[in-house]
Design a protein around this ligand. Structure first.
Ligand code: ATP
Length: 439
């Protein structure tokens, strides 16, 4: 097994080589804090988001989805406290001028880069400012959203008016968020452009604790469903004073990344802070009429907040393996079939036998039509093809050989199905393939 420091290097290099994640704007020398997902990264990320949407939204009866604009009226960010409070402490080295997050350094006051002395700490607001329209003055200034939650709160009343949900109910959103991080680092862990999957779950004030526990359970179930190594996931009860300005209870879900134990996701009890602040600032009533008690209340909020990119990195770190199979060293990703870019690869045993290629194409299209995500590969020998698929985490390889065509009548219209993790092979009838891959 690779050591933890090699593990990170190996993941970054595999991700680039095999088309999962590339450095952003690479041909221009990159842009710090940005990465681009390649074809396999897109597929993996899409599977993560689809699974999240299923578990957090469509499997339930009390959830509503939105897709709000990234650009919002700046008053929303004033009301939420982000304009005044969404900042990190920044220090600059007086010698090399490099900037650091003060809370990520020891207290020596010495620059970890050049050993020079660090200047005073000041608060640095992490929201990206931009201008809307043709004028570039204060009146046109706004921000790229630093979290997707804002777009949910401003639609609270819309969802109530359209759907009349009863409490408890929630609104979910997946989308990009932007944070001008002082020191982006650790590959896709700390980005300046990131993606979030967030729920704001509205409850009666006295019901917050039960809802908090329920979402905590759902988050653990999601961690298991995407294939995170259980022993690497930890909960951290965030202490008073360390919590965000709006929160009365927060649990950080932490993950043992190759560079240390760090926040993966957050679960926060945001009280009625957001709805009250937005109601006050907008002048629009954001409340709920309780038919039972005939009272108007401001619901309280539980927020499970999950970063897509940090999830993808935790999946890759959980899945990366080096072993020996059939006397040969190999690298493979033990990805859960629920997130793997391809569920299966289809090969003709030999590339230069048209009858094998034709039959393999037929199997490929049967699976595609059945909605299984498959890739066709006839390049190089079969051993090389296995290695290529192992390295991108394809759980199954299907080979069409002469037996499939009837050379051994017992095996007519069967294929070999090879398991990525064990290398074991069995013969399966073509007619049963789709079901066995979906199971
Ligand atoms: P950190 O303390 O690591 O800066 P945070 O506490 O500011 O994170 P939250 O505001 O709780 O993070 O954001 C919710 C989730 O969004 C995080 O748990 C994480 O998954 C994701 N996230 C936040 N900031 C980043 C970032 N810069 N890059 C990638 N993902 C991020």
């Amino acid at each position: 097994m690779a050591s933890e420091s090699n593990l990170m290097e190996n993941i970054v290099s595999l991700a680039k080589r095999r088309g999962f994640v590339y450095p952003g704007s690479e041909i221009y020398g990159g842009l710090a804090g940005t990465f681009d997902y390649g074809p396999l990264g897109v597929a993996l990320k899409q599977n993560v988001k689809n699974l999240w949407w299923k578990m957090f939204v469509t499997d339930r009866e009390d959830m509503y989805g939105v897709d709000a604009a990234i650009l919002m009226n700046p008053k929303a960010w004033e009301a939420s406290g982000h304009v005044s409070g969404f900042s990190d402490p920044l220090v600059e080295c007086t010698k090399c001028k490099r900037r650091f997050r003060a809370d990520h350094l020891d207290e020596s006051g010495i620059c970890p880069n050049c050993g020079g002395s660090l200047g005073p700490s000041r608060q640095f607001n992490m929201m990206f400012r931009t201008n809307v329209g043709a004028t570039e003055d204060e009146s046109s200034a706004t921000y790229l959203r630093p979290e997707t939650a804002g777009g949910i709160f401003v639609n609270f009343k819309n969802v109530i008016d359209s759907f009349h949900p009863k409490l408890p109910f929630g609104i979910a959103q997946i989308g990009k968020a932007f944070r001008n991080e002082i020191a982006p680092r650790d590959f896709i862990f700390r980005l300046r452009e990131l993606e979030q999957m967030e729920v704001e779950y509205f409850v009666k004030p006295e019901a917050w604790a039960a809802a908090f526990t329920e979402w905590q359970g759902t988050m653990h179930a999601f961690a298991a469903a995407v294939g995170l190594t259980k022993e690497r996931v930890h909960e951290l009860e965030v202490a008073d004073g360390d919590r965000a300005h709006y929160s009365k209870r927060t649990i950080d879900f932490e993950f043992d990344y190759p560079f240390g134990r760090k926040e993966l996701w957050g679960l926060a009890y945001r009280t009625d802070f957001d709805l009250s602040r937005h109601a006050e600032a907008s002048g629009v009533e954001l409340s709920y009429f309780d038919e039972e008690t005939k009272e108007r209340i401001v619901p309280h909020v539980i927020e499970p907040s999950l970063g897509v990119d940090r999830t993808v990195l935790a999946i890759l770190a959980s899945a990366y393996r080096e072993d020996e199979l059939g006397g040969e060293k190999r690298v493979y990703l033990a990805l859960s079939p629920s997130v793997a870019p391809y569920r299966a690869a289809v090969f003709p045993l030999l590339k230069n036998k048209p009858e094998l290629v034709e039959k393999a194409r037929e199997v490929f299209s049967i699976l595609k039509k059945a909605g299984v995500s498959v890739i066709f590969d006839d390049n190089g020998n079969i051993g090389k093809r296995y290695r290529r698929q192992d390295e991108i985490g394809t759980p199954a390889c299907i080979t069409i050989d002469f037996d499939t065509l009837g050379e051994n009548p017992e095996h007519t219209d069967t294929v070999t199905l090879r398991d990525r993790d064990t290398g074991e092979q069995k013969r399966v009838p073509i007619s049963e393939l789709a079901d066995s891959l979906r199971a």
